[in-house]
Design a protein around this ligand. Structure first.
Ligand code: FRU
Length: 515
């Protein structure tokens, strides 16, 4: 099946829509409250954001686009927001990159990806969305894959090229979105997510020689979970293992229907499978679906390849389904810090903060070893707004039952607790005593091997990201402390905690917060 060729007369009035959105964002910025606004994570100056989009490196700068509703801190008409950086840690806010137009993307410029074409132009692929009845979203929608090309080397202005792929004409498909494009052996490939008429979540594969006319090749994945009716934001990339062999990682974000499922609380699981892939044979999975992240707030990740070959990923810290405290502050949502995805020596996929993150380190508050006595606490910092904690806990000599960190601990007695349980090997991020927002806990069981537990924890004004044992497990969660200084405390119960190595840094901001 050959798809329609590009509609080159695509009607567009983006300039006007972008200017209006910019004005609104500026107004939102002026009245925003910053108690939880991130200092080193990417967020919009106001309004709502969701998925990372169009991740790329272009003309010496990193580009992160993201799903944006400039008008309200809730999901709505989708635009692409944009920030760029020369070092991946300090960012410049760029103007809104893509706005809904007058045709297939009238109601939304949905998620998509970016690649540099053979002439050196940044091209983005995204989903154009239209409601069938703008006053009633239940009446359904149309979604088609679309293309736009950057007009300048800063990838700020785009020319829309219109629709490149529509759903098969004989089937009604509301969910047909999120193109991810890459080049392999001289040919362009695309995958995107599909929710079929039979309510199955699938991933479809296409190829193209000219980037404009696409040929459907095959369905490379169908979710076997009967509760999954759509898989969003698929991604597919190779990684090399220690022997130098290539394995493929297929990523997807599931939309589930089952309200009984604990994950259905947020309606979503973002995970991956490892296997083999070729355009001829498709994807053969050798693993079950594993979660990228075990925290409360992680969804719709996207990856891209850095010029030095690293596979870098950003995720969206999806708000808790119960109400999000930042809404009253005029903003909602942030991305995770960038993570490098690698295979460890055993061939397991692990995710670690990119090395660039170390550039944000400011003051070293703590260095060396530490002993936390049984049933006692050590305050490491009286007011940590943005920080990084690196701990190596000696499990052999430690006698604790549960030990870890109290984060965002304020004078009223609230805090979020990160602890490791030596008997169960469970790492728990417990928000039951948190200041504001959702109070549930998240748990991940770590491999019991080895005598060291290594933790790397990033604390921002409204979030916590925990990387355990060299990225074997990650937890990303929002945390909204109460007023006053935010103490960082080490705590141990049932015995002592021997920390053989400990470093705590304050982090500087990424430059976006002031803009
Ligand atoms: C995932 C998602 C995508 C879609 C976008 C719309 O969070 O639903 O599938 O393109 O968000 O904002």
């Amino acid at each position: 099946m050959k798809t329609d060729s590009v509609d080159r007369t695509y009607p567009d009035d983006s300039e006007k829509a972008i200017n209006k959105a910019e004005q609104h964002l500026r107004r939102g910025r002026a009245s925003r409250r910053d108690r939880w606004y991130p200092l080193f994570h990417i967020a919009s100056q106001s309004g709502w954001i969701n998925d990372p989009n169009g991740l790329s490196y272009y003309h010496g700068r990193w580009h992160v686009y993201y799903q944006l509703n400039p008008y309200e801190p809730v999901w709505g008409p989708m635009y692409w927001g944009h920030v760029s950086s020369s070092d991946m840690v300090t960012w410049r806010r760029e103007r809104v990159a893509l706005a809904p137009g007058e045709g297939d993307d009238k109601d939304g410029v949905f998620s998509g990806s970016a690649v540099v074409d053979d002439n050196g132009n940044l091209c983005v692929y995204y989903t154009g969305q239209r409601w069938l009845d703008p006053n009633n979203s239940r009446a359904g929608q149309t979604q088609v894959q679309m293309m736009a090309r950057a007009l300048d080397s800063n990838a700020v202005h785009f020319e829309k090229l219109g629709r490149i792929i529509a759903p098969p004409q004989n089937q009604r498909m509301d969910d047909f979105r999120d193109p991810k494009v890459w080049k392999q052996d001289g040919i362009w490939y695309m995958i995107h997510g599909v929710g079929t008429a039979q309510q199955k979540g699938q991933i479809w594969l296409y190829s193209s020689r000219d980037m404009i006319s696409w040929t459907f090749l095959k369905v490379i994945f169908e979710d076997k979970n009967p509760d999954v009716f759509m898989v969003e934001c698929p991604d597919l990339f190779p990684l090399k293992n220690a022997k130098g062999d290539t394995v493929w990682v297929l990523c997807l974000s599931e939309m589930r229907r089952d309200p009984q499922d604990p994950d259905a609380e947020t309606n979503v699981v973002a995970g991956y499978m490892v296997g083999d892939f070729s355009p001829e044979t498709g994807f053969q999975s050798k693993t079950s679906l594993r979660k990228w992240d075990h925290g409360h707030n992680f969804y719709a990740p996207q990856s891209f390849m850095a010029p030095d070959g690293r596979r870098i990923m950003y995720g969206w810290m999806k708000p808790d389904s119960s109400s999000m405290p930042t809404i009253e502050d005029g903003w909602n949502g942030q991305l995770t810090i960038p993570r490098e995805v690698r295979l460890d020596s055993k061939g397991n996929v692990c995710t670690l903060p990119v090395s660039e993150m170390a550039e944000l380190r400011e003051n070293e508050l703590q260095a060396g070893s530490l002993l936390v006595q049984p049933e006692s606490e050590i305050t490491i910092c009286e007011d940590l707004q943005a920080g990084e904690i690196i701990m190596e806990i000696d499990l052999e000599t430690s006698s604790f039952h549960r030990a870890g960190l109290k984060i965002h601990a304020t004078a009223d007695g609230s805090y979020v607790l990160l602890t490791y349980n030596k008997e169960t090997h469970q790492l728990v991020l417990d928000r039951s005593k948190g200041g504001n927002g959702d109070r549930s806990s998240r748990v991940v069981e770590l491999d019991a091997e080895g005598n060291q537990l290594r933790l790397r924890v990033y604390v921002d004004r409204g979030s916590i990201e925990v990387f355990a044992n060299q990225g074997q497990a990650v937890l990303s969660s929002y945390s909204f402390p109460n007023e006053g200084p935010r103490r960082l405390i080490m705590t141990s119960s049932g015995g002592n905690m021997v920390i053989s190595q400990c470093q705590v840094f304050t982090l500087s901001d990424n430059g976006l917060d002031g803009e």
